[in-house]
Write a protein that binds this ligand. Structure first.
Ligand code: ZN
Length: 294
């Protein structure tokens, strides 16, 4: 705020930690023009600025009088100045420039945002750094937070009738919950066992997505030279989910071999695109010896 001509006096936070309408609610209820600018709440007398806050009211009650004296004490410390136009600044950064990080930190400090389970946070920290398209990272976030439209989620929200529609679309007859459909379902288990065989790993028995992801990434990292292990896990879940949709919308049937082939294709494509100069291989080389390039 410089001249105050385009800064609303009551309705935006221009002084202190909140807008005046929230700090002085009794005054705000009685003010005649709630849209006044800062410049219109006083005037220049010679070289000095005089606040004329009393002129904003035709009547005041006791609570408003108490707030008025507090407001005057606050206003005594400031005055409009200069000829430049008013500008917005972001108070949460020293540079006064907006950043998502500073706002997110503030929301966490104010307990507006729940950080959630520490293992999910650890998994997401890895997922946000994986070199895959951003829609894949968002898919990973939704998966870890159980925000994908599984039948379990759809029935919780009343979109489908639970008894009629909740069994897993891959045909195993179990309730389609996120950890089940990606890890333990009959189709998922076949896909994972083929993937582990391809990668030369022992089968893992984790029962939830988060632990499964962390364990697989940890094991793979000890084999990998290029730090690209994380995308394989995401690729498997992504291809499982796409196949899940094909069964629902295109009347397809569960086909673990097709899913495995798609995982190889997607992960090879990301590897080639994301690291073209450093690691390049053709699909045949990739499908025969993935650990050499991960
Ligand atoms: Zn199933």
């Amino acid at each position: 705020m410089v001249t105050g001509k385009s800064t609303p006096f009551w309705n935006i936070q221009w002084l202190g930690h909140r807008a005046f309408r929230y700090i002085f609610p009794n005054l705000y209820q009685l003010v005649e023009d709630p849209n006044s600018s800062v410049y219109n709440i006083g005037c220049w007398v010679g070289n000095g600025w005089e606040w004329q806050i009393e002129n904003c009211f035709s009547v005041l009650n006791q609570e408003a009088c108490n707030e008025l004296s507090d407001l005057k004490a606050v206003l005594d410390r400031v005055a409009p100045s200069g000829q430049n136009r008013d500008v917005l600044i972001w108070p949460l950064q020293d540079s006064h420039c907006y950043s998502v990080r500073s706002y997110y930190t503030k929301l966490v400090q104010d307990s507006v945002v729940e950080l959630g389970d520490s293992r999910v946070r650890a998994a997401l920290q890895v997922i946000w750094k994986v070199k895959v398209p951003s829609k894949m990272q968002i898919f990973g976030w939704r998966l870890m937070h159980d925000r994908l439209p599984t039948k379990s989620q759809l029935s919780k929200r009343g979109i489908i009738m639970e008894n009629a529609d909740s069994p897993c679309v891959f045909g195993c007859g179990q309730v389609e919950e996120v950890d089940y459909v990606f890890i333990s379902c009959c189709c998922g288990r076949v896909v994972w066992s083929k993937m582990f065989l391809w990668l030369g790993l022992d089968y893992m028995e984790e029962v939830n997505c988060c632990d499964h992801f962390i364990q697989m990434v940890t094991v793979l990292k000890s084999f990998c030279v290029n730090n690209r292990a994380d995308e394989i896990w995401l690729a498997v879940c992504w291809c499982l989910w796409r196949h899940h949709d094909k069964i629902i919308f295109n009347n397809r049937v569960a086909d673990p071999d097709e899913i495995v082939h798609n995982v190889m294709m997607y992960s090879w494509w990301w590897l080639a695109i994301g690291n073209m100069k450093k690691v390049y291989c053709n699909f045949y080389e990739w499908s025969k010896n993935p650990l050499k390039f991960l």
